[in-house]
Design a protein around this ligand. Sequence first.
Ligand SMILES: NC(=O)c1ccc[n+]([C@@H]2O[C@H](COP(=O)([O-])OP(=O)(O)OC[C@H]3O[C@@H](n4cnc5c(N)ncnc54)[C@H](O)[C@@H]3O)[C@@H](O)[C@H]2O)c1
Length: 344
Amino acid sequence: MPLSFLGRTFYRFISLFFSPGNTQITLEYLILPHALHRHGGAGFIGSNLAERLAYDGHEVVIVDDLSAGRWENIDHLLVHPRVTFVEGSVTDLDLLMEIFPDADGIFHQAAIASVPRSVADPLEANEVNVTGTLNVLWAAKECNVPTVVAASTSAIYGDDPTFPKCETMVPRPLSPYAVAKLAGEHYGKIFTDLYGVRTVFLRYFNVFGPRQDPNSEYAAVIPKFITRLLGDKPPIIYGDGEQTRDFIFVADVVRGNVLAMESNASGVFNIAGGSRISLNHLASILAEITGIHHRPIYEPPRPGDVRDSLAEIARAREAFGFAPRSTLEAGLRETVAWFRDGGR
Ligand SMILES: NC(=O)c1ccc[n+]([C@@H]2O[C@H](COP(=O)([O-])OP(=O)(O)OC[C@H]3O[C@@H](n4cnc5c(N)ncnc54)[C@H](O)[C@@H]3O)[C@@H](O)[C@H]2O)c1
């Protein structure tokens, strides 16, 4: 459940009190090796990343407009003296210019992260995902922040039938969302080449794990399957269920971000499990894990869904030692346990 207004105000106060604007804390803040700013930090991936950074001893400033992010994803972090939350948008360049100067690095996760929503409103997708990313890069350059690690997407590969997908393939974006992410990558390269800001764009494949929202109309398949099963209902599969996906557990995505930040790499990198599984197989594993067995309901395929997905992850391994550590089953067990626990 979201916090009450009073609860939110209390947490805001705590985070402001410990913010770098406080003189005493500013000194402490400046001597820490890393003050890492997170954008889109209240979302699924961002909140997992912010948690890892805070527990690793970094100062973390989370900037999120809470348009999709959830307060309950981060409220446990905000009692942490090293974590500050700023409610604001990446479309607000003045705000970024105000809060960037103390940062050693930026993890940029903020986006309208939905293909159908970008199809319904491409102007909005462009404003947040292109202009927002450009603002982050520009503010980083102006404030002498050396590195930006940003979220990109496998959607950039579109319906190219070649497998596995590797970063040298010609992009075939099929939606405003994918075009916007590709534009972000191109801006990233320009900012590295022209202005010396090191940029790393990570093309995530199908990420899953705790805090992924099962309720949005754009929800991903794993949280939807799990919540259906835990509600004693059959999972719904669009198509024959033999379509495949390359899933990656969120803790491995977080590790990919941290490794990229700590490296000297720049450019575009796939972040994925590096193997694929059909939705029928996924449903049967989840039935085993939950102990709730239902034959899936099959509905007509959805237009625009790709048939198969599989990544080549050698580039990230060679550049910054990335390799997924979690097996699909272990990640699914952790995710099911989190949902069983009431999603907290
Ligand atoms: N989840 C996946 O499988 C996946 C796959 C590929 C790429 N990605 C990318 O990873 C990133 C994180 O995705 P997620 O799954 O955590 O999505 P999410 O929707 O949970 O998180 C996105 C966050 O960005 C915030 N946000 C949106 N507009 C903003 C704005 N104008 N200013 C500041 N914050 C804003 C939202 O409130 C939300 O907290 C996104 O960039 C997404 O495109 C995710």
